[in-house]
Design a protein around this ligand. Structure first.
Ligand code: AP5
Ligand code: MG
Length: 199
């Protein structure tokens, strides 16, 4: 399965991804984690990305596409992956479509996690990552609503968008996502067995 997680900062994408990848047996590909890792290793790309990340701005598409493209080429991603925080712009979504089309690998589902802004600010205030200051959280929110939220329509039109309430305990949210993905998986295996029977 290929799953995309979309949602504002602090909504719980990373938290839920960690549980889901165990449940689904696919790798977790978080562009935020990949970029932070590049930064820690002092690579040229990490250094360029840092200027944007520290300001709460999106890293330019070419840098993100380079890092995610390299990751998706690795063998463990060939049979599926959970994309957390990617794509985040229309340009990234189109590049991903092209990459997957060339490999005959469709997106199974796009999960939109929803939480109100007050709760998100409360969650991030407790975490204290480098970009979790009130000013930078505001800019990350702005980037989300201006550049990423338009993607929801892009995927809604393809009937692969599922909106999930992210309020509640992590167990409760996980159960909601799991129920949706179990259905998607069931439909996928039905389609595959129909195709095999038609051969
Ligand atoms: P990224 O690392 O993706 O950060 P983000 O989208 O801002 O989201 P977070 O990781 O802060 O939140 P999350 O939704 O994962 O929530 P989490 O589970 O951690 O991106 C960082 C930066 O990298 C961007 O600003 C940008 O510069 C750059 N970047 C990354 N990808 C990019 C791309 N594709 N294009 C361009 N630039 C890119 O949870 C948050 C907190 O809440 C945790 O403390 C957690 O314990 C807690 N929590 C989780 N669930 C619950 C719950 N149910 N109840 C209570 N607390 C909860
Ligand atoms: Mg995250």
């Amino acid at each position: 399965m290929r799953i995309i997680f979309i949602g504002p900062p602090g909504v719980g994408k990373g938290t839920q991804s960690q549980r889901l990848v165990q449940y689904l047996g696919i790798p977790h590909v978080s562009t935020g984690d990949l970029l932070r890792d590049a930064l820690q290793r002092h690579t040229e790309l990490g250094r360029m990305a840092e200027t944007f990340m520290s300001q709460g701005q999106l890293v330019p598409d070419p840098l993100v596409l380079q890092i995610v493209g390299e990751r998706l080429e690795q063998g463990d991603c060939h049979h599926g992956c959970l994309l957390d925080g990617f794509p985040r712009t229309l340009g990234q979504a189109k590049a991903l479509d092209e990459f997957l089309q060339q490999r005959g690998a469709p997106i199974s589902a796009v999960i939109e996690l929803k939480v109100d802004e007050e709760e998100v600010v409360r969650r991030l205030a407790q975490r204290k990552r480098g970009d979790d200051t009130p000013e930078i959280i505001r800019r990350r929110m702005k980037s989300y609503w201006e550049q990423t939220a338009p993607l929801l329509d892009y995927y809604r039109k393809r009937n692969i968008l599922y909106r999930i309430n992210g309020v509640g305990t992590t167990d409760e949210v996980f159960e909601r996502i799991k129920a949706v993905l179990d259905e998607v998986r069931e439909k996928e295996s039905q389609t595959q067995s129909d195709a095999t029977n038609a051969d």
